[in-house]
Design a protein around this ligand. Structure first.
Ligand code: NAP
Length: 250
């Protein structure tokens, strides 16, 4: 069974690892190409956009894809929408593999917002030291709040996307460790953390560290995903779905 996995996440890599070497599946992992040094996958990989819904629909037909797993990041709203439309057009079964959102726990001091612009406004008028962990592509919104000092962590160099006077950068990628996150926040005298509600274990340590230090966290809610797409939360559940589908195919 020929499968397309839309990736760029830990969950996509986990599913790729489970499918590697299986004689009954022929998986292909697709990455957007945002990171210059993506983690190597144990299955065939392609990199780059498809060219919108029409491009993806054409790709599904040409490659004889029999099932698509949308394992993109919860904030990758365009790709998920395109996958839903292209799969509907081509009648290819689609499953979303998506980690659950984080939920507030006792001791968390969260402010929930629905956009990066709202997150920048929620920082307030008083200058603060901000640990900004929203990803390089989302930084521009914080140029509207140039009076804060930002510590930005991203996988790739941020270039000139955040033109404010006080910005420090760290290049690093998940998984992170709670003790190290706490030490970083203490050393940099962080007042507030800004994060997407990405979910998952790999980047959760910043949430736990902020809780233990009593720091406020501004949490940007996930964008809407296309309705009517079946969803599972783990690579194991996605594999079960694929095996059931394969069992039903002629
Ligand atoms: P997006 O806004 O939903 O997608 C923008 C365009 O990028 C899509 O229209 C598509 O181009 C291309 N694209 C996205 N994912 C792709 C994939 N897996 N394979 C091939 N093309 C893809 O996505 P994004 O938020 O920029 O995220 C890009 C990638 O980074 C995704 O793979 C996502 O899983 C990963 N990621 C995103 C975040 C985040 O916070 N957004 C965090 C971690 C990882 P075409 O229209 O030309 O097909």
């Amino acid at each position: 069974m020929r499968i397309l996995i839309l990736g760029g996440t830990t969950e996509a890599s986990a599913l790729a690892a489970r499918l590697a070497g299986r004689p009954d599946f022929s998986p292909l992992l697709s990455m957007a190409g945002r990171t210059s040094d993506p983690r190597r996958a144990p299955i065939p990989t392609r990199i780059g956009g498809f060219g919108g819904v029409a491009g993806l629909a054409g790709f599904l037909r040409e490659e004889g894809i029999e099932a698509v797993i949308d394992a993109t990041h919860p904030f990758a709203a365009v790709m998920s929408q395109n996958a839903a439309e292209a799969c509907a057009q081509t009648r290819v079964p689609l499953l979303a593999l998506r980690r659950p959102a984080w939920t507030r726990r006792d001791g968390d001091r969260w402010t929930n917002v629905t956009s990066m612009e709202a997150a920048a406004r929620a920082l307030g008028d008083t200058p603060r030291r901000v640990f900004l962990t929203v990803g390089r592509l989302e930084l521009a919104a914080f140029a509207a709040a140039p009076h804060h000092t930002y510590l930005v962590r991203s996988i790739e160099p941020i270039g000139d996307v955040l033109p404010v006077p006080n910005v420090m950068t760290i290049q690093d990628r998940a998984p992170f460790d709670e003790a190290a996150e706490r030490a970083l926040m203490e050393r940099e005298r962080i007042d507030v953390v800004v994060t997407k509600n990405s979910g998952g274990a790999a980047t959760y340590p910043k949430i736990a560290a902020a809780r233990s230090l009593g720091l406020p966290v501004i949490v940007v809610a996930r964008p809407d995903k296309p309705p009517g797409v079946e969803e599972v939360a783990s690579a194991e559940a996605a594999l079960d779905w694929l095996e059931r589908l394969h069992g039903r195919s002629p």
